[in-house]
Design a protein around this ligand. Structure first.
Ligand code: PHE
Length: 351
């Protein structure tokens, strides 16, 4: 290999070793710069004859062009590599799933309440709402609950500081205060009719909502839901309660062979009173009696507190637990799951 060929080879090698554009420019200076090796060779021609200059000059030019070509190629390669690195760093993976907005849904207990309202709505029941901070009067006294009734004890009831028995002073322990609240409003609305000795439209209402008791375990939460039902008219009997509630349960659980049991019980505000148990004929709970509601014929003292004559008006009331109904419908065995707010649990309920 002659001197010029090895110069070209050396330039190619050094350019190839340059890892960055700055290193490449340094390497270039060694060959093509003002005092670079090619420039030195050109200067060295000064003493040559004209003939020698021609051939030597041409040979040096060929070498110079080869070095320039190698430089250009390396510049391009480095620029390409830089571009590739940048593209890689800023890469957009279009195959990744997009970021979506989570789809919200109703809470399972809300789904149950909607379902209860729809079913009773189809049977001509109104839906009423009342206060969660209630007075002693509506929560107990108006409901024929004597002063010494255990439900009044501090153990069961959350009392509100600063309240008095006349003003709201406790968190309602059930939705039953809505019986008298709603009936009083209803009676007021139809006062003129009643005063004229005419028939008042029947009271047919459900009142779903939150209720509170000092109680907490797998099946009791200090805050829970109830749904009250009340039907008062001139000729409403226990038979109607059975028909309405049986119809409700079969529709709610979508099971026609569901069996109901009205088990004698006691509530101060109903007489007679009954706990309502249901029994599934199929599924994991088949054969067991499951309590779902308290009920009974509204006590004459309560009818009186509604502003009605118990000799003329009669009817029934029931109070059920939507949380319990939700657990039974979906097969959930720990009530606390409903109130933990864990999205992994809640998102399993869509309808
Ligand atoms: N309020 C009662 C309870 O909480 C249930 C009930 C409602 C019973 C209406 C009879 C009539 O247990």
């Amino acid at each position: 290999m002659n001197e010029l060929d090895s110069l070209v080879a050396s330039a190619q090698q050094q350019f190839a070793q340059a890892a960055t554009p700055a290193e490449l420019e340094n390497a270039k200076a060694q060959f093509l710069g003002k005092s670079g090796r090619v420039t030195e060779l050109m200067k060295g021609m000064a003493q040559l004859s004209v003939e020698e200059k021609k051939s030597r000059g041409a040979a040096i030019n060929v070498a110079k062009q080869a070095i320039e070509a190698a430089l250009t190629a390396r510049r391009q390669a480095l620029a390409d590599a830089e571009l590739q690195a940048q593209l890689k760093a800023e890469a957009l993976d279009v195959s990744l799933p997009g970021r979506q907005r989570g789809q919200g849904g109703l809470h399972p207990v809300s789904l149950t309440l909607e379902r209860i309202e729809r079913i009773f709505g189809s049977m001509g029941f109104d839906v009423a709402q009342g206060p969660e901070i209630e007075s002693d009067w509506f929560n107990f006294t108006a409901l024929n609950t004597p002063e010494d009734h255990p439900a009044r004890s501090m153990h069961d009831t959350f009392y509100v500081e600063g309240g008095t028995p006349e003003a709201p002073n406790l968190l309602r322990t059930h939705t039953s205060p809505m019986q008298v609240r709603f009936a009083v409003q209803h009676v007021k609305k139809y006062r003129a009719l009643l005063d004229a000795g005419q028939a008042m439209p029947e009271i047919r209402v459900i009142a779903p909502g939150r209720t509170y008791r000092v109680d907490s375990d797998a099946t009791h939460s200090p805050m829970f839901h109830q749904c009250e039902g009340l039907w008062i008219g001139e000729n409403v009997s226990f038979k109607d309660l059975k028909v309405v509630f049986t119809d409700f349960c079969k529709t709610f659980f979508e099971q026609d062979d569901l069996v109901l049991r009205f088990r004698p019980s006691f509530f101060p505000f109903t007489e007679p009173s009954a706990e309502i148990d249901i029994q599934f004929q199929t599924g994991p709970l088949a054969g067991r009696w499951l309590e779902v509601a308290g009920s009974g014929q509204v006590h004459p003292n309560v009818v009186r507190n509604m502003g009605l004559d118990p000799e003329k008006y009669i009817g029934f009331a029931f109070g059920m637990g939507p949380d319990r109904l939700t657990m039974l419908r979906y097969g959930v065995n720990d009530l606390r799951l409903f109130f933990d707010g864990d999205i992994r649990f809640l998102s399993q309920f869509r309808s």
